[in-house]
Design a protein around this ligand. Sequence first.
Ligand code: F6P
Length: 198
Amino acid sequence: ASIYSSASILGRLVSFLMNLHITPRTIWLTRHGQSVYNTRGLLGGDSPLSRAGIGYADALRCFVRARDPAVIWTSTLQRTIQTGRATGRGCLQIKALDEIDAGICDGMTYAQIADRFPSVADARAADKLRYRYPQGESYEDVIRRLDPVIMDLERSQEPVMVIAHQAVLRALYAYLVGQAREDCPHLSIPLHTVIELR
Ligand code: F6P
């Protein structure tokens, strides 16, 4: 088993190195517009945009027209799809960009989690990077599933816009700027903000 795993690590390393390039280009990262769940402080779910979120998506349309990304990637959740659709461009939906799966806590507020599942709230506060929600994911799980997306980002020589979610963008941003993995779950990725990386 160890021979197989070292062969696959080597294979991934070779493919990663072959896809590296030094062409200057821009990557834009943005969360979806504010969702109905965001207005209620609820985690996860698949709710549509709020009125303010629709306003952000409309503003993003002007940004996209001015900056002209070659491709736009979204997750498969409707809040990113709706945000992407408002830009008037075709978007590629990527399942690996879906938000962290909060498992049994999906659809709850942080206060409800602390009340109903205090051990979950405590364990997550103690080690947010490694803590896996029951029936859900940890940040480490999210980082792992983003591997192929990062490969595609590295391979692409064109300007790319990624419309995704808080936890996922923390992981992508940390990778792209070389931030320590431990810091990733605590990075600030506010709503209604575009991060431009060159
Ligand atoms: O609250 C918005 C949200 O995207 C949730 O859907 C998700 O569970 C959460 O952010 C991730 O942030 P944190 O890891 O800080 O709870």
